[in-house]
Design a protein around this ligand. Structure first.
Ligand SMILES: [Zn+2]
Ligand SMILES: [Zn+2]
Length: 321
């Protein structure tokens, strides 16, 4: 699963374990909590798409792979980030309302206490949008990392009591496989435990798909495997679109558009994640599709543009209507 030879499995596990235990060490919850409201809604394909901010997590500088320290320092400096880190990166989810349905793409960290100081506010944001958990008909999962599916749980129970959870087979098979858990670095254990808990909580309301699925009108799965075994984007077609939700295909806009070869220790198969990112960026720059990414600068809508031999993230302006 993990092929990078510059950082050992043990070190990756230790780093990730430290991240899970840290609970967030940035400025504290007050500012992010105050801003966990609903920023705006875009209309795409008959859906109202509302980004919801779960919070932030601090990304340490030593989580990078595949980029020389001098290049990373230059990219972070240019992006007005502190090269010494940590880099605060947002955690978004999306509320979809339309076609008589109410759905989410991902759910943030809420429910598991991870990054408790700076994240876990999806329920607040959802309430601010005027939606109760019981109104959610479906949750489309990009992947089963804890900052994407943690909000599916309220303790050990399903937070969304009616929701169908739509997830790729290679994703759920990997994270619920005891063999994969035993082979993974120790720090990844909580990720596997969470996936098992979600599977238990939702039971027969989990809908699995191999590579493609169209669970809601105008919305289709886009396989973007690499970051995790079944990592999936969601593409919404129609007027105002297409909108491509890219999940974790790029995590840090300030670095990975200018240096798309740069990887993070969260990338389960780092080389495959890099290849997927390069192919996706080329396609998005060509098509000029509207893009949204979980960890891109909130509210995380924008476009991918070619910039010399690499790319640039072009944030979308406030929608005109
Ligand atoms: Zn992830
Ligand atoms: Zn993520």
């Amino acid at each position: 699963m993990i092929r990078d030879d510059r950082i050992g499995l043990t070190r990756r596990g230790v780093l990730l374990g430290a991240a899970l235990a840290a609970g967030g060490t940035l400025a504290g919850p007050s500012q992010a909590a105050a801003q966990a409201a609903v920023p705006f809604t875009r209309r795409v394909g008959g859906w109202q798409v509302t980004p919801l901010l779960d919070g932030y997590f601090p990304l340490p500088a030593n989580y990078w792979l595949g980029i020389a320290p001098a290049d990373l320092a230059a990219a972070t400096h240019r992006a007005a980030l502190d090269p010494a880190g940590p880099t605060p990166i947002g955690i978004a989810a999306w509320l979809l309302r339309g076609h008589g349905r109410t759905a989410l793409i991902d759910t943030g960290t809420a429910g598991i206490g991870m990054f408790a100081g700076t994240a876990g506010r999806l329920p607040i944001a959802l309430a601010a949008a005027g939606v109760a958990p019981a109104e959610i008909d479906a949750v489309l999962v990009t992947h089963m990392h804890a900052d994407h599916i943690g909000g599916l749980l309220d303790g050990t129970a399903a937070r969304f009591p009616r929701a169908e959870v739509v997830v790729a087979v290679p994703e759920i098979d990997f994270w619920t496989d005891p063999g994969a858990r035993s082979r993974a670095p120790e720090g990844f254990g909580p990720m596997f435990d969470l996936a098992v808990a979600v599977t238990a909580a939702y039971g027969r309301r989990i809908t699995r798909f191999e590579r493609t699925a169209a669970p809601l009108p105008g919305i289709a799965a886009l396989p973007l495997h690499g970051h995790t075994p079944g990592h999936t984007g969601w593409r919404i077609e129609g007027e105002g679109g297409p909108l491509v939700v890219i999940g974790d295909t790029a995590l840090v806009a300030g670095v990975q558009f200018a240096r798309p070869e740069a990887m993070l220790i969260f990338d389960g198969d780092a080389e495959r994640a890099r290849a997927t990112r390069l192919a996706l960026f080329a396609d998005l720059a060509q098509s000029r599709a509207l893009v949204a990414g979980t960890h891109l600068p909130f509210p995380a809508f924008g476009h991918v543009a070619r910039d010399g031999g690499a790319y640039a993230w072009v944030p979308a302006g406030w929608p005109p209507a």
